[in-house]
Ligand binder design. Structure first.
Ligand code: HEM
Ligand code: FPP
Length: 475
């Protein structure tokens, strides 16, 4: 694979730093100076790995007022939640005994060893001996020593391997919680709520059975999408503080178990939507699973356009609710999808603002990391767009003209918070905007429902839902 000067440099720097620290501590100041000098060069000349090898971890470096992504010389391996080992270079210096220490350890000790642990290393000739009790004796290597051999005692090696290869024990009692986290249950709950709003807003008689079946199918499809998403993102989730405790990263269930859970949800979910509701809704559900797992998820590591694709994924559930009720796509369904589409930008752009370092460590391409100004601008633009979409509702005969009036306060409030986020770009304004988005959406959909236009005539061709015919009273 073609290695950029930057990658060759960082690999070299990474190895030389470790050797230098081990063999010659004073010179590491020299290395530190050269690294600082390296960093002072104009970073805009550096090639990032991004377009060469997006699997590399990216870090955010702040130069002048802009945040830019830069590849930073390879660090010691990132410790995952499974591996509590401390591989920092300092510990490696500490752990490497000198030749004498190795010879002394190997030779029989004059005093009897009382514990099973490694023998004391009190006879070491080297200076700065820091012998610690425990399974491995440690010595702080000094600079005048002869070259070292890294020797790890059997106990230490076994302990390290035990830590790395934990036996996967599925605790049945944990499964409900594991499945809920695999399905991102709170997100799925709001997704199902939007589908319910789509169903309820459709201009047809309400059928509780069809309503329930379509919501069940949508919820199962969302569980499938989220589980497969986590299966694909497991290696990267382990690099992010927000997601490093997810079931697959922590080894609470196996990848096969997670994929089986996804299939057990997805197959009946899509089948319910297709066979018990209608083929159009089933198709939209399957399409959305594909869009989320095979388009949005890979795009997260390739391009900031992933957020626009994700917004389409989040916009489809209310459309599914509408098509479940009417059997066809109408402007009203697209309007509800438009609400969700625009709502997701203040929702996510604000959230991702406070997660920039995390997303960068995970190697994700997000506006908040690479295009911070655009991140704030898009969040504001789509917050204001919600006001426009609300005014469109009565024009499309979906709600009465009361709706844009009574929804104006919450639309103005989220726009105000988006404007503060645009102006300040700080953690507080970002957090306020994200949490506002979590109540703004259900509130907006509820107001639309209270202003639903029942007086609309049924458009020709819109098939009424397959309601169960009620027996007519004998006259
Ligand atoms: C571009 C689309 C979206 C992106 C990128 C996105 C991203 C996220 C992220 C990263 C979180 C934090 C999850 C965590 O706590 O680790 C979150 C939380 C949440 N999202 Fe979204 N989201 C999107 C669309 C949606 C949609 C369409 C809905 C529902 C209609 C939704 C509902 C929620 C809810 C309820 C939470 C809070 C749940 C929790 O704290 O676990 N999001 N979102
Ligand atoms: C019917 C059906 C299939 C519905 C699916 C609806 C759904 C799952 C919407 C989620 C939208 C979205 C892009 C969430 C962020 O995922 P993320 O991967 O960025 O979140 P993460 O970083 O927390 O994993």
């Amino acid at each position: 694979m073609y290695k950029t000067p930057c990658s060759r440099l960082s690999g070299f720097v990474g190895v030389s730093v470790k050797q230098k620290l081990v063999q010659n501590v004073p010179r590491c100041n020299q290395i530190a100076r050269s690294l600082i000098h390296l960093h002072k060069r104009d970073p805009s000349k550096w090639l990032t790995y991004q377009h060469l090898n997006f699997l590399k971890r990216q870090y955010v470096s702040k130069t002048s007022s802009e945040l830019q992504q830069r590849a930073i010389p390879k660090q010691s391996p990132v410790l995952t939640i499974v591996d509590e080992r401390d591989d920092s270079v300092e510990r490696q210096v500490e752990r490497i005994p000198t030749i004498e220490a190795v010879a002394t350890e190997a030779a029989p000790q004059p005093q009897d060893v009382t514990s099973k642990a490694q023998p004391e290393v009190s006879t070491l000739k080297s200076k700065d001996v820091a012998a610690k009790k425990g399974s491995v004796s440690r010595v702080v290597a000094t600079t005048e020593e002869t070259p070292h051999i890294h020797v790890e005692s059997n106990e230490a090696k076994q302990a390290r391997l035990d830590r790395q290869w934990k036996e996967l024990k599925v605790d049945v009692a944990d499964l409900p919680d594991v499945y809920a986290r695999l399905a991102k249950i709170k997100l799925t709950a709001l997704v199902v709520t939007t589908a319910a709003a789509g169903y309820a807003m459709a201009p047809v008689p309400f059928d509780p059975i069809m309503f329930s079946v379509s919501l069940l199918g949508t919820g199962l499809a969302s569980c499938t999408a989220n589980s497969i998403n986590q299966y694909f993102e497991m290696p990267f989730d382990s690099n992010m503080n927000r997601t490093k405790n997810r079931p697959l990263v922590r080894g609470q269930i196996s990848p096969l178990h997670a994929v089986s859970f996804a299939l057990v949800c997805g197959v009946p979910g899509v089948a319910l939507l297709t066979l018990a509701v209608n083929p159009l809704t089933g198709f939209l559900g399957a399409l959305n699973i594909f869009l989320y797992t095979c388009c949005y998820t890979p795009l997260k590591r390739l391009s900031i356009s992933n957020t626009w694709v994700g917004a389409v994924v989040g916009a489809i559930p209310p459309v599914m609710g509408w098509t479940a009720a009417t059997g066809c796509l109408e402007p009203g369904a697209l309007l509800l999808g438009g609400f969700l589409y625009s709502w997701q930008f203040p929702h996510f752009n604000a959230l991702s603002w406070n997660l920039r370092e995390d997303y960068s460590r995970g190697g994700y391409r997000m506006m908040s990391v690479t295009h911070p100004a655009m991140c704030k601008r898009v969040a504001l633009r789509h917050s204001l767009g919600l006001i426009g979409l609300s005014a469109l509702a009565p024009a499309l005969d979906v709600t009465s003209w009361t709706f844009p009036v009574i929804s104006l306060p919450i639309n103005l409030y989220i726009s105000y918070l988006a404007f503060r986020f645009y102006r300040r770009g700080d953690r507080s304004s970002a957090r306020k905007l994200f949490f506002c988005s979590l109540w703004h959406l259900p509130m907006l959909l509820l107001l639309a429902l209270t202003c639903k236009n029942y007086s609309r005539k049924q458009e020709d061709g819109a098939r009424p839902p397959a309601a169960i015919p009620l027996p007519l009273p004998a006259n």
